[in-house]
Ligand binder design. Structure first.
Ligand code: 6PG
Length: 238
């Protein structure tokens, strides 16, 4: 587990998106060169979406990239609020990924019905066959949440289950499915990407050593690499 995170501060959100996309393409290509395949965990949110859009033109062999999600809003398939919808519109519908390598979390009208616990368990079963993630992309909320792990909730404390249903989330929609911190920490690299002054306090607290119960993003660490990608505003309290 990495002890000290790397902090990269970009002038603007657009710079962050472009530079992070380029770094992600390089990281995935390195994994492909070593192993023949690469795996990435996608995030929702505005910052994550901008990075995905910037990846469209990357010179990357998408046919051997495995795509997962760090969290998902538990809504019907195709709902515009789903992170899968965001990722397909921003990136996946524009690059030649192999459909069988794209692994969305179940929708609320899918084979597990309106049961987020069943959807979470099914994703945990899927992940049992995944050796590790190469890069896990995460956003950060104003109060320090990451994925759908919010401060002082059972989900952020979960260590037994790999994926959990989350209810009554402070950030709508209320019902979600999320990787837990131990699962996030299975990633070789964890990249936390956030912009805007509203995040500055949570970013500073996380990097100053806050506990993961108070600031869940502080618990998101990679086995080899943890990087915080910020714009100047989000880095304003460092
Ligand atoms: C979600 C995301 C969530 C998001 C943060 C930051 O499903 O909402 O997974 O963790 O990444 O809330 O969102 P912004 O980048 O839009 O501030």
């Amino acid at each position: 587990m990495t002890d000290r995170p790397e902090v990269v501060v970009h002038d603007t959100a657009d710079d962050l998106a472009a530079r992070t996309a380029a770094r992600l393409a390089a990281a995935l290509a390195t994994a492909q060169a070593a192993r023949g395949t690469a795996s990435v965990v996608l995030t929702g949110g505005r910052t994550g979406g901008a990075v995905l859009a910037a990846l469209r033109d990357a010179a990357l062999d998408w046919s051997t990239v495995d795509v997962y999600w760090g969290d998902e809003r538990f809504l019907p398939a195709g709902d515009p609020e789903r992170n899968e919808t965001l990722a397909r519109e921003a990136l996946l519908d524009h690059v030649p990924v192999s459909p069988e390598r794209v692994h969305p979390m179940a929708p609320s009208d899918g084979e597990y019905g309106d049961d987020p616990d069943a959807a979470a368990e099914a994703y945990a079963v899927l992940l049992r066959d995944v050796p590790a993630f190469d890069v896990c992309l995460l956003g950060v909320g104003e109060e320090g949440h990451t994925a759908s792990l919010f401060p002082h909730t059972p989900a952020v404390l979960e260590t037994a289950r790999a994926v959990v249903a989350v209810r009554d989330c402070p950030k709508p929609p209320p019902t979600r499915v999320s990787l837990t911190l131990p699962t996030i920490r299975r990633a070789s690299a964890v990249w936390l990407m956030t912009t805007g002054a509203a995040k500055a306090e949570a970013v500073a607290a996380a990097l100053a050593g806050a506990g993961e119960t108070d600031i869940p993003a502080a618990g998101a660490r990679g086995r080899q690499e943890t990087v915080w990608m910020l714009d100047k505003s989000a880095a304003g309290s460092l």
